[in-house]
Write a protein that binds this ligand. Structure first.
Ligand SMILES: Cc1ncc(COP(=O)(O)O)c(C=O)c1O
Length: 376
């Protein structure tokens, strides 16, 4: 065996040093200036929105999105249950409560019919949702046309959590551009990274002006430090923005590389009984951030956790898919509409090593290890 194979290791393009060195030489080190601005312009361009505000993480971006949409104490927000905690943890920061909605099996994203049912039931119970947090999970867009229509009719603004979906599209349009506000993450495990970071996306300048204001300690226009509200210190460092520019220029190749990794897994493991692959709905093109498989214990001979242990013993990192938020102890008392689909994805799901820097030999090793598990 030669070296550990990680689930989604960051990949450096080689250009990062040049960008970061330029920022240092020009003494643009803080959280403002031309490197952050250029990164924001390029992120907006890549996601098809008019403007982006770069911040310290995707979770911070969700928090700001809730703030600028006016979501506050006691409000209800409908949210995808099949997601990572960062999508919904900020609800607690503003004192709002989630109402979770299950996935559909075509894309594993929020089921539009259940969304409509959740809005109706919440409204009937005197909890008309104030906003929706809709996730593009594991690099695939949600079914945006019906979701935008349903939320539009109910006058509910959408926060699109495209943290995992940078570079994916829905009917040709980029992930991140479907909500009233969108967010992306540049965390170390994402398709591209600034080590840690995120951005808010929108066509609404007013909302982004307010997000910027809140992200920079809510500083009012005055020669001294004047504050009529309290904000946060959520801005992205120039050094990280410079790093991110080199990464972003490589996004199209990264999408193709991750898709090729997915396709090879499917070609070389697709014949194994009990193994199936994350579907790609006909409405979009996924970035295949992670190759997600479902493992049927009976047909395959072991379940996903045993397969994960089998791979770990061979120095290969795999991971279960997201545990639905309605099953998380921290959200024990929150309502959910549906839930079976997300529960099944959690029970059977496993993500295989998928980083764009994964070598052919490393992938050969992963494939051989999965086949060996089956033979046993
Ligand atoms: C779906 C989803 N939402 C939100 C986040 C939060 O992003 P960050 O880690 O940049 O705070 C992540 C990932 O980390 C994510 O996968």
């Amino acid at each position: 065996m030669d070296g550990r194979i990680f689930l989604s290791a960051p990949e450096v393009t080689g250009d990062e040093l040049r960008y970061v060195a330029a920022a240092i030489e020009e003494n643009w080190i803080g959280p403002l200036g031309p490197h952050v601005e250029a990164f924001e312009r390029e992120v907006a361009e890549a996601t098809g929105v008019s403007r982006a505000v770069a911040v310290s993480s995707g979770t911070a971006a969700i928090h700001l999105a809730l703030e600028v949409l006016g979501v506050g104490a006691g409000d209800t927000v409908v949210a995808s249950t099949f997601t990572f905690i960062g999508s919904v943890a900020p609800l607690r920061l503003v004192g709002a409560r989630p109402w979770f909605v299950d996935s559909e099996s075509r894309s594993w994203n929020m089921d539009p019919e259940l969304l409509a049912a959740a809005i109706e039931e919440a409204t009937r119970r005197g909890r008309r949702p104030r906003a929706a947090i809709v996730v593009d999970i594991v690099g695939q867009c949600a079914d945006w046309d019906p979701i935008v229509e349903i939320c539009g009719e109910a006058e509910i603004p959408i926060i699109e959590d495209a943290a995992e979906a940078l570079g994916a599209t829905y009917r040709g349009r980029p992930a991140g551009s479907f909500g009233t506000v969108g967010i992306v993450s540049f965390n170390g495990n994402k398709i591209l990274t600034t080590s840690t970071g995120g951005a808010l996306l929108s066509d609404d300048d007013g909302l982004l002006d307010e997000a910027f204001y809140l992200a920079t300690q809510a500083r009012d226009p005055a020669p001294h430090y004047e504050h009529s509200r309290t904000g946060f210190n959520y801005r992205m460092s120039s050094l990280l923005a410079a790093f991110g520019r080199a990464q972003l220029a490589d996004l199209p190749r990264r999408v193709e590389r991750r898709r090729a990794i997915f396709e090879r897994y499917r070609r070389e493991l697709g014949d194994l009984p009990g193994i199936s692959f994350m579907p790609e709905a006909d409405f979009g093109r996924a970035n295949r951030w992670l190759t997600a498989i479902l493992v049927d214990r009976e047909a395959f001979g072991m379940g996903p956790l045993e397969l994960m242990a089998h791979l770990a013993a061979r120095d290969i990192e795999a991971r279960p898919l997201w545990k639905p938020m309605h099953l998380q102890p921290v959200f024990r008392d929150e309502p959910v509409t549906g839930g079976r689909v997300a529960e099944d994805l959690f029970a059977r799901g496993l993500a295989l090593p998928s980083g764009s820097g994964l070598t052919t030999d490393e992938q050969t090793r992963v494939i051989a290890a999965v086949r060996e598990a089956w033979r046993r």
